[in-house]
Structures are given as C-alpha cells and as structure tokens.
Ligand binder design. Sequence first.
Ligand code: AHG
Ligand code: MN
Ligand code: MN
Length: 337
Amino acid sequence: MSQTGIPLNRHIMEQQKDYPEATGDFTGLLTQIALAAKIISREVNKAGLVNILGFTGEKNVQGEAVKKLDIFANEKMIEALTYSGHVCIMGSEEDAEPIALPPEAPRGDYAVMFDPLDGSSNIEAAITIGTIFSIHRRISSGADGTLEDLLQPGHQQAAAGYVVYGSSTMLVYTTGNGVDGFTLDPSVGEFLLSHPNIRTPERGSTYSANEGNYQYWHPEMQCYMDHIHEKDPASKRPYASRYVGSLVADFHRTLLYGGVFLYPADSKDPKTPTGKLRLLYEASPLAMVIQEAGGKASTGTENILDVQPNKLHQRVPLVIGSRAEVELAEEFFQGNR
Ligand code: AHG
Ligand code: MN
Ligand code: MN
C-alpha cells in the first residue's frame, strides 16, 4: 500500500506498475481531471466573492435551471480533457449530446462521462458539492469516439471517481484495484494521499434519502423506510437520518462511515419514473467505487454495474452503501420482506 502523503500522480504510476500493459495515458488523463478539480475548487471556495453564483437563465437537457458554477465546472472539465490527448469522446450532464473533440485536438483511447457540478441546489448555501467522473476504454474503432463508447455498462469502467468540495477538497478514485482518497493541499496545489485503501463498513446505522418523497415512493420503499424507523436496539433501529442533498456528499459520508443512500423510483414526475439520478455519470461511477471498497450498489433489483445503458441521460433508481444495508433494502424491493 502506498504511504500517506504521496502526490496523486506518483500514486497512479505506482498503481500502474501492477498493470504492465498500462500505458502512461491513464496517468495523463487522471492528472488532467485533477487539474480541472483544482480550478473548480478554487472557484467554489470563493464563489460568493466573484460573480459566479446564481442562475444563467437557461435550462439544461434535464430541464433544470442552470447555475453559473455548473457551466464553469463543465467548461473546465471539457477543456482539461479535450487537449489531454487521451480522450476520443466525452459526455456531460450539461450537454444533451456527446461532446466530440475539435479537429485539432489529439485523440486518445478513453471515453469520459462526467457530472461537472453535483449538488447545484446547494451552491448558494456554501454546502458541500462535487464532481463525478467515469472512464471507459473506447470500443469503437474510427478516428473519433462514438455514443457506443459512452453507453457501456458500469462493470466495463476502466476507472471512476469523484471530487468533493467540502471542508476540504478530496479526490477519490478507483481503477479496479481498491479505492484511495487524496486531499488537496492548496498551499502546494497538489492532491496528497490521505485515505489509502478505503473500505466501507459491512453495516451502518444511518440512512440517507429525501423523505419528502415518502408519499410518492412505491410501497416496497415505504415498507423499507417504516422498517428502519422501528424501535429495535438489537438491530440499531431506528437508523439515524443524514441527508445533505448533494449526492457526492451523501455518498462520501456513506463510503467512509457506512450506512445506505437511497434515491428510488417514485411517482413524483411522470417524466422520471425511475427516480432522479443518472446512470452514466452518477450511479455507475459511484457503484464502481463502493464495490471496490467492499460495499454494493443496486437499482433495488439489479446491480448498478450490470445495467446496460441505452440513453446518455437515462435515470436509474439507486440504493448504495454498506453491503449488508443494501442487501436488506433489496429484500424489501424484491418483495421478500
Ligand atoms: P445535480 O446537481 O448534478 O443535478 O445533482 C443533484 C442530485 C444529487 O446531487 C442529489 O442527491 C439529488 O439531486 C437531490 O435531489 P432532491 O433535491 O430531490 O433530494
Ligand atoms: Mn448530480
Ligand atoms: Mn450536476
């Protein structure tokens, strides 16, 4: 295991020693994502001082009002990846269609999906927000990447991770060889290894869900919620409720402390019957991270990493966290309780 305090790029190169076939491409790619994260972190940490708060007045493909910081973060991620020389196509929550590279940009072998700014509704309140990324090896063969390179199931991911802009800025990633967390030291502008080999506790007694949706949840989710509200000290019930409203913040806490996060299907909006969260740049990358840390991610009936994507912005129900907690929820979702 690498020793605490080493910088991110040295850690990536040490990891690549275990993969003789790995080329330096991945190091370059992750270094570029880390660069974008540092730039976004700088703006997030002074958002109130520069004219970067508030709405742009537009709506994105999700039909959501767009925040200036959403656009800023999206531009920085696209810039960092476009000229990395390691990418052949990108997809972003903020762009309806796949993002092709300009003619002059060097192409590479990776397809990258990202949620550039997760938790937008929390920006003005200075509450923790994040960036989520998912990296696939391309499967198409032409000069440019295609939608096919982006619509790959989660178990095909080459790497996945997220940045959390909170009391500190952390970058957490996996290449399928465990999960490691890095904390940004702004005085040197480096992500330094602070959480080597993160493991999620097998059980946890906190749950994270927007209970305001209780009347819109399907009966199996209501039954599960009623179950974890019951008084039973032997099974540490009732569980404690924790909900930030930024997926990255709720996930990061669940990854480190254990517990379960749920954003299930609901009947709130007929346009989004399978819940609010997106498969390719929210559920799938976090599912790879949690599974690599010993936890689990499910739709309630299927492992998130097995879901075959068919649309760029498709949504999916998400139950993610400690293995035993996800499996308990699955029993309710599968009608076995
Ligand atoms: P984004 O800001 O990228 O659109 O994501 C917001 C998501 C996610 O961060 C969070 O878990 C969820 O929205 C919260 O939704 P509710 O406000 O419906 O609870
Ligand atoms: Mn998001
Ligand atoms: Mn977002």
